[in-house]
Design a protein around this ligand. Structure first.
Ligand code: ATP
Ligand code: MG
Length: 697
């Protein structure tokens, strides 16, 4: 092995010559000497010298203190007045030895020395510990680096156990260089790696990640990965790096032509998305890198849908997925995916490529309808359902792009069938692997409940399976068994509906009875079968279902009242006077409406299994009496039950005395509110106007 001098930067040679003419030693050292001996052209030049940094600075016109703490000066060899290009800059480092490594990462101290051998002794591998004097063509090789290069061996400098005990990262450097050069690791060096895994574990995750990624970017990553695996070092990177799911991919990475992220995605290709994300976060990959890798991970699953059914429609769906999720543009993301797919040997890649020109994707953004359209045109209520409907519409458009016109999409969304289809799909899907919850019924019983028809007259009739909000209740607990022996919420709804028909002729009551518990599908599932807070949650869903069914406005308002207040009726005797007053006031003085409310609640109480039907519901009588005396109860100020005068009243009354909108008006209102809160009987228009007059004067 000989160095071909023509491969050496002439500027590096003149730099060394200048130092030598000034009376110092100067050598090329480390990676560049190794690369030259292997016949390669080095990408950068490290120079070492016995000159102290201050002395080096005196020899050259232009220097930069880039790493002065560990003895490194950057020297510019550009002509005077010319801005230095990267190839004009050289790192010149003073010979040094390193003190103790007490943390397994960095030396506690460094000391300058005058002997090149001492400097080479602190280096990691024999092949990296050769110096070369390019002026006198002299090689300094105290650790047999040249022989190891010839024998293609990676060997630690000096005592391998000591070297790996000093700096845990050297372990990973061994793997990287052997992957890059295709060299074997000397057995003594390999066993020293195994002995010092705890030192590696003290290295920061960022530095481990850098070495791992450099290894992946070499010509044969599997060589390095196998070393890391064999020695146990790979497992130190994180729990997912232990198993066979990882080792299976080593050869595949060698075949992968893509970017670093794509190679990383190959390495993790047998893991699920959550495990992939966790291990990447642990290794401090950047968000951008993580996004790219996770995209590839999900693209594999998406692609399998295509490859199991490789037709133009499935291709369009896959391309659409890429358009929606591509982290770096469609073309680039698709080609990275193809690199991955080829490396992990997914079948169907060629078919996909052949469909690229005539199965154009449609991105989510190209869908010609928005949530706003649904709200404005079809009266949808803002909420999660909108997204669900848009997803469903988008899926339809991917099946049939001709549907992608606003009018057609609105028509589709309007078809109740679509919503029903969602519900039914969901339910059927859940039938397929129904969780073993105590509140679930047999498939047949659930099917029957979903198919039972509720008829309200006036042409309003439907089955539970037609209303997603109702259909999902087949999966939901009615509540703790002591109160709900029937356990299942859809069954409870049915029983309540039947009771309401026995107790009342009024379809509005049946309607409220049927829907009052819709919120139970949306409570905290962790505490099921408890159903805390379902009353409040029911309200928006009652509103939505009422809108979709087009029931009379008064049914809707009434059903919302029942949904929100049914528990109050059951617990009537525990209610404080204020709560009672608030409840009564929400019926705006209508005894008829209040009675309808009581009947709906009675139906709820009796619509259970286990003898509840026979129990008297005496809350009804108690509340009726209280309702009749409601004027004696304290008024509570609520948003529905507002202050009896408004800011406009005050402005009208006092504008001639100079009151105008602003802080003064605000303070006046605040004072009045405080007084009413303390004495609700003051909440009367004329009383408050008097009061305002007094305060204002
Ligand atoms: P590359 O071509 O990847 O840059 P390189 O050999 O130049 O390879 P560098 O990381 O740039 O590697 O380090 C330059 C030199 O510093 C190495 O050749 C080696 O002599 C020494 N070195 C680097 N890291 C360590 C380490 N952790 N322990 C001991 N010596 C090291
Ligand atoms: Mg280097």
């Amino acid at each position: 092995m000989k160095i071909d001098k023509s491969k050496i930067s002439t500027k590096a040679i003149s730099l060394c010559r200048k130092l030598q003419q000034a009376g110092f030693q100067a050598y090329l050292v480390g990676g560049c000497v190794r690369d030259l001996l292997l016949g390669n052209t080095p990408k950068d030049w490290d120079i070492c010298t016995d000159a102290k940094p201050e002395q080096t600075k005196k020899v050259f016109d232009r220097t930069y203190d880039t790493g002065i703490d560990h003895g490194t000066i950057s020297v510019s060899m550009a002509d005077p007045g010319v801005t230095p290009a990267p190839s004009d800059l050289f790192e010149v480092t003073t010979f040094r030895t390193e003190g103790q490594y007490s943390d397994g990462r960095r030396p506690d101290s460094v000391a300058f020395v005058t002997n090149i051998d001492e400097d080479l002794a602190r280096r990691d591998l024999s092949i990296n510990a050769i110096a070369y004097d390019p002026v006198n063509d002299k090689l300094i090789d105290p650790f047999g680096g040249l022989k190891d290069l010839e024998d293609k061996v990676i060997r630690a400098v000096g005592d391998p156990d000591e070297r790996f005990a000093e700096d845990g990262l050297r372990t990973m450097r061994v793997a990287r260089f052997s992957a890059r050069l295709g060299f074997e690791v000397d057995p003594g060096t390999e066993s020293a790696i195994q002995n010092n895994l705890d030192v590696l574990s003290r290295v920061s995750k960022e530095r481990m990640r850098d070495e791992l990624t450099k290894t992946l970017m070499t010509g044969s990553p599997s060589v390095g990965l196998n070393i890391l695996h064999r020695t146990g070092a790979l497992g130190v990177l994180g729990p997912v790096f232990h198993g066979t799911a990882i080792t299976n991919t080593f050869q595949m990475i060698d075949q992968c032509e893509g970017s670093l992220e794509t190679k990383m995605a190959v390495l993790l290709s047998e893991l699920d998305r959550t495990a992939v994300e966790k291990s990447l976060r642990d290794l401090k990959f950047s968000n951008t890198e993580i996004k790219k890798i996770l995209f590839l991970n999900s693209a594999v699953n998406e692609f399998k849908k295509f490859s199991s059914n490789p037709d133009p429609i499935m291709a369009r769906k896959f391309f659409s997925f890429v358009m929606n999720e591509a982290p770096e543009g469609f073309d680039k993301s698709l080609s990275e995916f193809i690199y991955l797919a080829v490396a992990i040997k997914l079948s169907g890649v060629d078919q996909l490529k052949s469909l690229l020109s005539n199965s154009k994707g449609i991105s989510r953004k190209e869908l010609n309808i928005t949530g706003d359209d649904l709200i404005k045109t079809l009266n949808f209520k803002p909420g999660p359902k909108i997204k669900e409907v848009l997803n469903e519409l988008y899926a339809k458009v991917l099946d049939n792009p001709e549907l992608n016109e606003k009018s057609k999409l609105l028509e589709l969304a309007g078809q109740f069938q679509l919503l029903a289809a969602i519900a039914l799909n969901n339910t059927i899907r859940k039938f397929a692997n129904k969780p073993n919850h105590p509140w679930r019924l047999s498939d047949q019983e659930e099917e029957d409940l979903l198919n039972k028809e509720f008829d309200f007259g006036r042409g309003i009739k439907f089955k539970a399976k037609d209303i997603p909000e109702l259909a999902t209740q087949v999966e939901v607990p009615a509540g703790p068994e002591q109160y709900h022996p029937e356990k299942n919420q859809l069954l409870h709804n049915n029983l309540v509906f039947d009771e309401s028909k026995k107790l009342s002729e009024d379809p509005m009551v049946w309607f409220a009875a049927l829907l009052h518990d819709l919120g139970k599908s949306y409570t905290d599932k962790n505490i099921w079968p408890k159903q805390h807070g379902h009353e409040e949650l029911s309200v928006p869903y009652v509103e939505r279902v009422s809108n979709l069914l087009g029931v009379p406005e008064e049914w809707k308002e009434f059903a919302k009242l029942v949904a929100q207040n049914h528990l109050k009726c059951h617990k009537a005797k525990e209610l404080s006077p204020k709560t009672l007053r608030k409840l009564f006031d929400s019926f705006k003085g209508s005894k008829q409406l209040f009675n309808a409310y009581l009947t709906s609640c009675e139906a709820d109480a009796k619509g259970r299994l286990g003898g509840y039907a026979d129990k008297p519901y005496d809350q009804k009588q108690y509340l009726t009496e209280k309702f009749d005396q409601r004027e004696t109860l304290p008024i509570v100020l609520t948003p529905e039950n507002k202050l009896a005068i408004s800011a406009t009243d005050l402005l009208k009354a006092f504008s001639d005395r100079g009151l105008s909108p602003g802080p003064e008006l605000g303070n006046l209102l605040k004072k009045i509110k405080e007084m009413v809160a303390q004495d609700p009987s003051l909440n009367d228009h004329s009383k408050l106007m008097d009061l305002a007059r007094k305060i204002y004067s």
